[in-house]
Design a protein around this ligand. Structure first.
Ligand SMILES: [Zn+2]
Length: 61
């Protein structure tokens, strides 16, 4: 099931990462390379392309 309430634009791409700091350049969409620090929940969203970064360890038990 897709949680549309947490994904209102319907275009966010989940990206699993292993560190607290991520970079995004938009891939095929392309935008200036930017860096984000994941929040305390292990998540970050790209301001440009709405990518949703999730720390893998945050999901592991
Ligand atoms: Zn991006």
């Amino acid at each position: 099931m897709v949680d549309t309430q947490n994904n209102p634009r319907g275009e966010a791409l989940d990206v699993f990462v292993e560190s607290n700091r991520v970079s995004c350049d938009g891939g095929t969409s392309g935008h200036p390379k930017v860096y984000y620090d994941l929040n305390e929940d292990g998540e970050a969203w790209c301001f440009y392309c709405s990518r949703h970064f999730i720390r893998q360890s945050a999901k592991a038990d």
